[in-house]
Design a protein around this ligand. Structure first.
Ligand SMILES: [Zn+2]
Length: 187
């Protein structure tokens, strides 16, 4: 049996729920590309079955910020996903802020060790620094998913080095997440 992974590429192409911008990039475009690559790698492996929240670049979910988020958690819940991975980019007013981090609902669930392994996979693949796993029980997509969920802040779109990696090497992020998942599942 393959593991069903719902990959949520954060945000929408345009408002409502458009993403952060920095260094000439838009978060929604960066995570769209990484998600497409991650789904392809997962589906090709034979161990996973992946679905994307935004299968095409112009997929627009919901008609408000709230319904954009609920469309994603409803799709994952209705499908019966085993795991939910949400892809985002961080942003800061401080352009020196850098690195990758993961957000989970609680420290006691399976999402926590999964997130730790995914972060290791990403930092090994990209060379970015590891900002660790943080608890964010208030986040909608972590709260309303019925399966273990990890929200990845892959890098800072506001940092020139992170931004160049995010846009220039989406395959590295996809491969890093895949490696981390394999390590967690023992594949
Ligand atoms: Zn975001």
């Amino acid at each position: 049996m393959s593991i069903k992974v719902y990959i949520d590429q954060g945000h929408n192409p345009v408002n409502p729920n458009a993403g952060a911008e920095g260094n000439g990039l838009r978060e929604q475009d960066v995570v769209f590309e990484i998600g497409v690559r991650l789904a392809a790698i997962l589906n090709a492996s034979g161990n996973y079955e992946a679905r994307l929240s935004r299968p095409t670049a112009d997929t627009q979910l919901g008609t408000s910020n709230a319904t954009s988020l609920s469309a994603r958690t409803n799709a994952a819940n209705d499908w019966g996903a085993d795991y939910f991975i949400s892809l985002h980019c961080n942003a800061s007013v401080d352009p020196s802020a850098t690195g990758t981090e993961a957000l989970v609902y609680s420290a006691s669930g399976r999402s926590y060790p999964l997130a730790q392994n995914i972060l290791l996979g990403i930092v090994n693949a990209t060379g970015l620094n590891n900002r660790g796993v943080k608890l964010r029980p208030g986040l909608y997509v972590l709260r309303r998913t019925r399966m273990p969920a990890v929200l990845l802040e892959l890098g800072f779109i506001s940092n020139p080095t992170d931004a160049a990696l995010l846009s220039g090497s989406p395959e590295l992020f996809a491969r890093g997440i895949f490696n981390g998942m394999n390590r967690y599942f023992g594949f």
